[in-house]
Design a protein around this ligand. Structure first.
Ligand code: AMP
Ligand code: MG
Length: 321
């Protein structure tokens, strides 16, 4: 079977990073503001260091395009923060040094190639800080197509405990398991489109999507269930495991030029597609991961159980701004 080594390394990397995030959240942490005014924590940086080290070890020449960089850790005033991150990373990689951690994080500043990895070390940092959902999202892309996706959701429940890993390989399906590897089983999306049963999942952050337009789409579709709000690509996991049927991301009118980051969607998209669902942009086009660190040719996102997808596309067109 294709991609077995890639899958195993990605699972090991995301599992180790997820454990670091759980430890940090338990111990407490500060958050910092990046130049784009989005937050970052030592867990984002530690998670990126771990995943990039695992990938570099197994695939030394392959580019990684990840969200964070090590610039702030090179400032003398952040020496204490670097030491703290080193302590956490050493629980997974005992020989790690502060210098190596900086180098591993910056391995994530690679360039798009015909084959590359993309990583969001913590997707939904706002959710991580709030104590809600977040995800570690890793994907392998070849010729613009996602081939492997591993989505770690440490705060998502499964069988009365917390911590879920979604694993998808192109043409091999999606599986879900606990973070300790137990409870492994294949996933299938729901098959229905009945508006009384269909469940919508959306972002917690109102600034991340056009809620008034989404409200009009819900009305047009005749959905009766109140929507569920969830941070991060955990929303894709919710669709893949049949907890939700539609995840829609509509850019706000004032953000119409904004394009989505590849690391915010690559792993989630394959998790939904390989579970039998469908993922497109708001115009019904497939997501094109070949163009750079942004989805330059796509506007907004629709992930669904497939059965309801065309109806969602029609409703979005009908509810245009
Ligand atoms: P979510 O929890 O699904 O809303 O997604 C979190 C992601 O939203 C982060 O990874 C950011 O890349 C992304 N994000 C940040 N600002 C915006 C924005 N103004 N519009 C859409 N997405 C955003
Ligand atoms: Mg993100």
């Amino acid at each position: 079977m294709l991609y077995q080594k890639e899958k195993q390394i990605a699972i090991a990397a995301v599992t180790a990073a997820a454990k670091l995030c759980q430890q940090v959240r338990q111990a407490g942490f500060d958050s910092f503001s990046k130049s784009d005014r989005t937050p970052v924590t030592l867990a984002d940086l530690g998670s990126q260091a771990i995943v990039c080290q695992f990938l570099s070890d197994a695939f030394p020449n392959e580019p990684i395009i990840a969200e964070e960089d090590a610039q702030m850790l090179q400032q003398p005033e952040n020496l204490e923060l670097l030491k703290q991150i080193t302590g956490y990373v050493q629980t997974a990689i005992p020989h790690a040094t502060p210098e190596e951690i900086i180098a591993w994080i910056d391995r994530g500043n690679g360039k798009i190639a015909s084959r590359y990895w993309t990583l969001d070390p913590i997707d939904g940092t706002k959710g991580f800080i709030r104590g809600d959902q977040y995800a570690i999202a890793l994907a392998l892309v070849e010729q613009g197509q996602v081939q492997v996706g591993v989505l770690g959701c440490p705060a998502l429940p499964l069988n009365r405990s917390e911590g879920v890993l979604f694993v998808a390989v192109k043409d091999q399906g999606t599986a879900m398991m606990s973070l300790d590897g137990s409870n492994f089983h294949p996933l299938q999306v729901n098959q229905y489109s009945d508006p009384d049963r269909v469940q919508l999942v959306e972002s917690v952050e109102s600034a991340h999507s056009d809620r008034p337009r989404l409200g009009a789409v819900v009305k047009k579709l005749g959905l009766t269930r109140p929507s569920v709000q969830m941070d991060s690509q955990a929303k894709y996991g919710a669709v893949a495991r049949g907890e939700a049927d539609i995840y829609v991301r509509i850019p706000l009118p004032q953000d119409s030029c904004r394009r989505e980051n590849i690391w915010d969607h690559a792993a989630g998209a394959i998790v939904v597609c390989e579970a039998g669902g469908r993922v497109t942009d708001l115009d019904g086009n497939p997501l094109d991961f070949s163009l750079g660190s942004k989805l330059e040719q796509n506007r907004g996102i629709i992930a669904s159980n497939g059965a309801i997808h065309d109806q969602v596309l029609e409703a979005i067109t009908a509810c245009a701004n």
